[in-house]
Design a protein. Structure first.
Length: 520
């Protein structure tokens, strides 16, 4: 890698692009100035290279032929670093947008394929220190930018409940492996619902933490303000146990702002790291608000899904919860705020900014940035429908309007968050369907582009608002509709992750545990 000074022709082209009004003499003058200025780039490269560690040598395998029926493993391994700890003996699948040093990382995309991280993500280091065994990397959707399970370049991930159905994305492999019993727990990522969507479709527990509670360091970013990483498990207790290992600042992630909590946290605040202490306290003293706008979404909601979730709410009432209907009209606008943030913001950071963008402190991955920058150019034509649409609309929006609409959406997000906070001042948690539907058939290629996009985007109305506002949200299996799992989502105040899990645990206890998929 060498920083080559620009030629006169290259500078003239840049000057033309930005309307700098430079003549030939000006261009030559600037060329000479810049040729001297690039010395600093050479010094930075030399200093960085002197500190660059080689990735560790760790054993891993491609999935054995015939041993990856769900298409959910990217690579398999058996990495253990601590003999004891709270996760000793537990096999964990790591979503393939999260770095495990020495293991290949693809993030579902040809643009990332071939990259080998040099250091573990913070969450991986914490899992290993807690005694967990990293069982491998779980397949995810291309650049984690789809709610289905059909865009990974390794092929579709199939639902353990019905192999013809989608697993949901983008943490598709993580949820499928946990549901099928091939991993005890898994790491997922969530920018629009990507922990909760596959958890709802596969009948697993998925917890999206409060934004910034769990460090994102070492995971492939999409957009700093909506990036989350968290647990996918079979039981609520395992989710609470895993969250206690993952949560807390690492000093490297700019998402972990040193701001005071938005609200008082009655139980299990983030500083304690204990999400088990009050887990079995029940719901007898708690107020559960049924979020009206999360049900009967026009053109989307299946009545049977709403019925299953309302039945689950009645189970909480029977367990002692004080249940009431709560309206937050802002909820209906959440998908539109997300659409602007997830288009303009993700285009600017993930695509144009090669994942990391600029202008924030923290730990970057220069090797991944360079690898992806090359791969993105070489494999652009192979990218998924959703990524191509984001590229086209994001570039157009920024060219025509700068980042004006992104700024509008982020400002409106403050108002939407305040609306949820006002509701959560009257009740302890909000409850609604995780998804308005049950799992649908994996696209076969016969559908039109609009049909495929509509199918995936129609999953997000209840999940994506809480990525925008950062509230914690837990999806738990509420029951079955047409033989497929339905998810119930429990949303709490910022940093009240423990309270969400406590309500989820009360429901789990009331019904005697969650069902497993039928044998294949």
């Amino acid at each position: 890698m060498t920083f080559t000074p620009p030629s006169g022709e290259e500078l003239a082209a840049i000057a033309e692009r930005y309307g700098l009004g430079l003549g030939a003499r000006d261009v030559a003058w600037y060329r000479d100035l810049i040729a001297g200025a690039v010395t600093s780039y050479d010094v930075v490269e030399r200093l960085y290279a002197a500190r660059l560690a080689e990735p560790p040598s760790r054993d891993w395998q491609w999935p054995a032929e015939g041993a990856n029926e769900l298409g959910a493993w990217y690579v398999t391994a058996s990495l253990t670093e601590a003999a004891g700890g709270p996760l000793a003996g537990r096999r964990v699948a790591v979503k393939d947008n999260i770095a495990v040093a020495g293991l290949p990382m693809m993030n579902g995309s040809r643009a990332v394929e071939g990259y080998v991280p040099r250091r573990d993500a913070t969450v991986v280091s914490r899992l290993l220190a807690a005694g967990a065994t990293i069982a491998g990397k779980a397949v995810c959707e291309e650049l984690c930018f789809d709610g289905g399970s059909h865009t990974s370049k390794t092929g579709p991930v199939r639902n353990p409940w019905n192999r013809a159905k989608t697993t949901g994305g983008s943490s598709s492999g993580s949820a499928a492996l946990v549901a099928a019993g091939e991993a005890d727990m898994a790491l997922g990522g969530d920018q629009a619902g990507s922990i909760r969507i596959p958890s709802a479709f596969c009948g697993t527990v998925g917890h999206k933490p409060t934004h910034g509670l769990v460090p994102y360091t070492g995971a492939f970013p999409i957009e700093n303000t909506i990036d989350h990483v968290g647990p996918i498990t079979r039981t609520v207790r395992d989710a609470a146990l895993m969250l206690g290992v993952l949560a807390g600042p690492d000093g490297l992630d700019p998402r972990q702002r040193a701001a005071a909590p938005v609200n008082d946290v009655p139980v299990n605040d983030a500083s304690s790291g204990d999400y088990l202490g009050e887990l079995d306290a029940g719901v007898a003293s708690l107020r559960v608000g049924v979020l009206t706008e999360g049900f009967a979404i026009p053109g989307l909601s299946q009545p049977g899904v709403d019925e299953v979730v309302r039945g689950a709410v009645e189970t909480l009432r029977a367990a002692g919860a004080d249940v009431s209907e709560v309206s937050v009209p802002w909820h209906l606008n959440g998908v539109h705020l997300w659409a602007v943030i997830g288009t303009d913001g993700a285009f600017n950071q993930m695509l144009e900014g090669n994942g990391y963008g600029m202008n924030v402190p923290g730990l970057y991955d220069p090797e991944l940035i360079a690898h992806f920058a090359r791969g993105r150019r070489e494999h652009a034509a192979e990218m998924s429908i959703t990524l191509k649409m984001t590229t086209l609309l994001g570039r157009y929006s920024l060219d025509q309007h700068g980042n004006q609409y992104y700024a509008m959406a982020r400002n409106l997000a403050l108002e939407m968050a305040a609306a949820y906070d006002a509701a959560l001042a009257q009740v302890d948690v909000l409850v609604l369907p995780t998804l308005p539907v049950v799992a649908f058939d994996i696209p076969t290629g016969t559908q039109s582009l609009p049909e495929v996009v509509a199918t995936s985007s129609g999953l997000m109305p209840n999940t994506c608002p809480f990525d925008v506002t950062g509230h914690p949200a837990t999806s738990v299996p509420a029951g079955l509709h047409d033989g497929l799992p339905v998810g119930m989502m429990i949303v709490g105040r910022h940093l009240a992750d423990g309270l969400c899990l406590r309500v989820a645990r009360a429901y789990e206890n009331a019904i005697g545990g969650f069902p497993a998929p039928p044998a294949a």
